[in-house]
Design a protein around this ligand. Sequence first.
Ligand code: NI
Length: 182
Amino acid sequence: MTKLKVLEVPHAILRQTAEPVEAVDQEIKQLLSDMLETMYATNGVGLAGNQVGVLKRVVVIDCQDEHENPDPIKLVNPQIIARSSECVCHNEGCLSVPREYADVERSAAVTVRYQDENGQVCERSATGLLAIAIQHELDHLDGKLFIDYLSPFKRQRLLKHLEKRRKKEARIAEDQERDLNE
Ligand code: NI
């Protein structure tokens, strides 16, 4: 297995639409297992193809706390076929928008149709965190991020905060390198 590099904003691939998977073959199986390993290694609850630079409609999710009893779900060509009119608000984050969080309103329950890693067509109904994760990850496949649900003001503020923190971290890393070289 290979740990993949997770792309972060403002990478252009995060804004592109992923293509349907034509055949669930060995390559897709390997990709799903690499994505899962990457997700666990970065403490995420979900990861979509775009986020690892692969424009294919593949998603992995595991909403188990602490990942002590892993319950991985691998979705190929997922589509939401039903959603509740009832909404819930949840404080979301994303590996591609590191360590920034914001409240987003989404459907409380969804039913997703997808192919599993063997190409079987499956349906699954979800509520709670899983329903939110499914909607968040499927958005990625259409080039959409959770920050798109915020007002322009809130979105700009969040992205500025992220940029400021990145600069600060880069400065600290530079200082440490200089100290090591002295
Ligand atoms: Ni995300």
